[in-house]
Design a protein around this ligand. Sequence first.
Ligand code: UGA
Length: 439
Amino acid sequence: MRMTVIGTGYLGAVHAACMADLGHEVLGVDTNRDRIEMLANGLAPFYEPGLDELLDRGVRNGSLRFTTSMAEAAEFADVHFVCVGTPQQDGADRADLRGLHSVVDELAPLLRRDALIIGKSTVPVGTATDLASRAAGLAPADVRVELAWNPEFLREGLAVEDTLYPNRIVVGVTSGAADATIRSIYRPLLSRGTPYISTDLHTAELVKVSANAFLATKLSFINAVSDMCEAAGADVVTLSEALGYDERIGSAYLSAGLGFGGSCLGKDVRAFIARARELGIEDSLSFLREVDEFNLRRRQRTAEMARDVVGGSFAGRNVAVLGAAFKPDTDDIRDSPALAVARAAQREGARVRVHDPKAMDNARAAYPELDFSPSAEKACEDADVVLHLTEWREYSDIDPEILGSLVRERRLIDARNKLPLDRWQAAGWSVRALGRKAS
Ligand code: UGA
């Protein structure tokens, strides 16, 4: 089937490449010329495992093209996926829907045939209905535009896998025809038995924000228990493992530590609360405010632990930071807990040196006041403390003996609970971790 994918950020670029991989003819659309040029050359504008190969294949076999022209998009297909960002509004908790509005405002008047617009962005409940009337008002009188919502659950770092092998497909539709179109787009996935939930627009929109709010709650819960473990002298890693065997709880998303960051969980929780307020049910979701605030306090707590470890003040201390991305396997630094801790130490007078395998360019551009090192070893030279803040696999392979010969003091904080601490201790490191006994 022919389709456009409008908005080629983390979500749209992956969706476009994957739809081409499923055999569709895809036109990716974005206003950002540099990004479109890279994509048209089969190159991912950000680091996402597996994406370069898919883009390259799609571009070379002609099933995937890119443009900045909305007129070309309107002419090319009658199915338009919309994947533009819905960030947090400046100075407010609500989602900023201007990107979505401008897509509809530009696309609808250009349509010459009936069309289906399928939103994938994460939105406050009610958005799809509003966009449907907006599109209907702007489209030519003889053109029927229908809106559907098909939220996306992909995780950065696993985006290609999550798109090609999703654990469910959720669609909100207002007609059987729209449902049939979406089913045929995803036929290769449905034939593999992927659960397909077809519902109304409001429910589909809410599934996505509820999923992210639930995940955020699960993390803040385990992190709160982590504080209890630390205070009582228990071990949160063992506790998580033991909880995870209970199928009702599940082992995924139960790694305690520095807490969640990234462009989704925090802003979606805030937008969910804001929408609840607009709908007059703020009290029902008030616990989410604490989920969010508690999560942000993890960063402060980690900085305090580091300050404590170097003797009560960061002034004149060398702090090595391992990790800048908000999580491993991505170069995305949006709302990165690691960089929040690095900046807090730097603001209090520490000399902070940061390393990350993939996110250095993004981190340097956003925070030029921090120092960046080309290797973990270089970042740790003469360090008074090493902070493990993003759990890249390569950090687990570090030889603590060799690193120990480079630092000024063998002091480690594992804020992600992912390092083999017994090896570090055996090499003479004093180790602190969130939710575990100090040693
Ligand atoms: C999240 C959701 O997991 C996706 O389902 C959703 O589609 C996406 O948001 C979105 O709304 O676009 P993502 O932000 O890519 O995906 O990353 P996650 O893997 O969910 O991690 C979020 C944060 O939680 C990271 O900072 C990570 O380090 C942290 N985390 C995750 C933990 O601290 N512990 C865990 O056990 C899991």
